[in-house]
Design a protein around this ligand. Structure first.
Ligand code: FRU
Length: 478
């Protein structure tokens, strides 16, 4: 066990001060700033981390690299909310201030236990000094670390739980993103890993005291599915257990796995700590920008998911970067199980942001101007096809067998994406100033993407034999 080095307190303060100075000097009103999405104040955001509700407060941490609009020395940024309408921006919760996390405080999770809030994360250390240094296979340390806090804002004690040499010897140095939860009388942790033979898997650890962790299982698919599984998560929905992860190295197949990396889940049947089977992988999302989601249960028992509204190693020329910030988090979604698959429904609290409702019954075609940030719900009441044009050049079509999304310049000129869909009853579109999230049939299929429509020209056109359209302007959250 290693405890905090006193010099790191000085380092932490310096890092936080530098971060605050940059945050103060960044224009928070620039074009593309979202109305109802979380974004970094300055610099770069990636995965959501440490999602939890403790007392009344929901904590939303995120991978945060404030000094550049690309991933760098990642910290944990921190927002809190009690109602998903009012948010507090807090100072970074974790900084890279120890030898064992000196090249980045990477992704992980949170757990409240006996009045203490624990954060579990990966301390990234690049060992360029080593002869066998190689970014992908060797020469990194991925330490599994626990930090503690009494007030949920200041995290001091850092304890290393697992070093590279503690992981199985047939793994590369890529072992990261601890997700910890209480499982019966003990605690469970899953970690994403890359084997030396380039197969992705999940390690399952167990602990009775949150400090000593024992390897209990290694989980992978029957046939190799990518070389690395990032950001694992494991949870039950209505009695069905799911293993969620973000695999890298999966080849595109007809309409599937179209992004550089994927995010999805398998049903995990059998014993998490013993014999198990994994069902076929299902993608969470079919848009261009969705990755590394994480879930937690709130006090009402809802399983809430938030994803990174972005994609690693992909720059499609996202325009906000010239204003000194990059990326968003998705809106929170409540998960449900239906026929062995996961449905994602927008968190109902967001309805409080609705204003200026319009309701229209569409016969053949309806068109209107929209605000820069709006929600539209479309119910298809007759016919076997639908075409929705949104923003300046976003097009969503359903032809009775596929739901297809196409973008022009506002979607960074990216090719189309689609998903098979035999039945379409309902669509919800959440359009913000620089993103769109589309939920079909109560979240049976979802498309999430950055989308930069010209607010002055933004229109919604619905073409269908018959449909009902509800449209709301979305008020900014505060
Ligand atoms: C996923 C990821 C994680 C890692 C973090 C670093 O996007 O690569 O595996 O912990 O980002 O920022």
């Amino acid at each position: 066990e290693r405890r905090q080095n006193p010099m790191s307190t000085v380092r932490t303060q310096n890092l936080k001060n530098a971060c605050r100075a940059l945050e103060r000097s960044t224009d928070r009103t620039s074009t593309w700033r979202p109305v109802f999405h979380l974004a970094p104040v300055t610099g770069w955001l990636n995965d959501p981390n440490g999602l939890c509700q403790i007392g009344e407060t929901h904590h939303i941490f995120f991978q945060y690299s404030p000094f550049d609009v690309k991933p760098g020395l990642n910290y944990w940024g921190h927002y809190t909310t009690e109602d998903f309408i009012h948010y507090q921006y807090c100072e970074p919760a974790l900084c890279s201030d120890e030898k064992f996390d000196c090249h980045g405080v990477y992704s992980g999770s949170a757990l409240g236990q006996d009045g203490t809030m624990y954060l579990f994360y990966t301390g990234n250390v690049l060992r360029r000094d080593r002869e066998d240094y190689d970014y992908t296979t060797a020469g990194r340390e991925h330490n599994t670390i626990r930090a503690e806090s009494e007030d949920g804002l200041h995290f001091t004690k850092k304890t290393v739980l697992l070093y590279n040499e503690d992981y199985p010897a047939d793994l590369t140095c890529h072992v990261r993103d601890p997700k910890v939860w209480k499982d019966g009388d003990s605690f469970a942790m899953v970690l994403g890993a890359r084997r030396k033979d380039d197969v992705g898997e999940v390690l399952v650890y167990r602990s009775d005291d949150l400090k000593v962790w024992t390897l209990a299982n290694r989980i992978t698919s029957q046939k190799p599915f990518g070389y690395m599984w990032e950001c694992p998560d494991c949870f039950e929905l209505q009695g069905t257990r799911f293993l969620s992860f973000s695999p890298q190295g999966v080849a595109a197949e007809d309409w599937k796995y179209q992004n550089i990396y994927q995010s999805g889940y398998c049903r995990l049947e059998g014993d998490l700590y013993g014999e198990y089977t994994l069902s076929a992988f299902e993608e969470y999302d079919h848009g261009f920008d969705f990755y590394a989601p994480q879930t937690y249960t709130d006090r009402q028992g809802r399983r809430i998911l938030i994803g990174w509204l972005g994609m690693p190693d992909s720059d499609y020329g996202y325009p906000e970067r010239e204003f000194g910030w990059a990326n968003l988090l998705t809106i929170p979604r409540v998960l449900h199980e239906k026929n062995g698959r996961i449905q994602q429904k927008p968190l109902p609290e967001l309805q409080q942001l609705r204003s200026a409702e319009q309701t229209v019954v569409v016969q053949q075609e309806f068109s209107c101007r929209t605000a820069a940030a709006y929600e539209a719900e479309i119910r298809l009441t007759a016919g076997k096809s639908l075409r929705v044009q949104f923003g300046t050049d976003g097009v969503l079509t359903w032809d009775g067998s596929f739901l297809t999304l196409e973008f022009g310049a506002s979607g960074c000129n990216r090719p189309m994406r689609q998903v098979p869909l035999e039945r379409l009853e309902q669509l919800r579109l959440f359009c913000d100033t620089s993103s769109v999230e589309i939920f079909a049939n109560e979240g049976e299929a979802v498309f999430t993407s950055r989308f930069y429509a010209d607010a002055e020209q933004s229109k919604l056109t619905v073409q269908a034999e018959q449909a009902e359209v509800h449209l709301w302007e979305m008020q900014p959250f505060c």
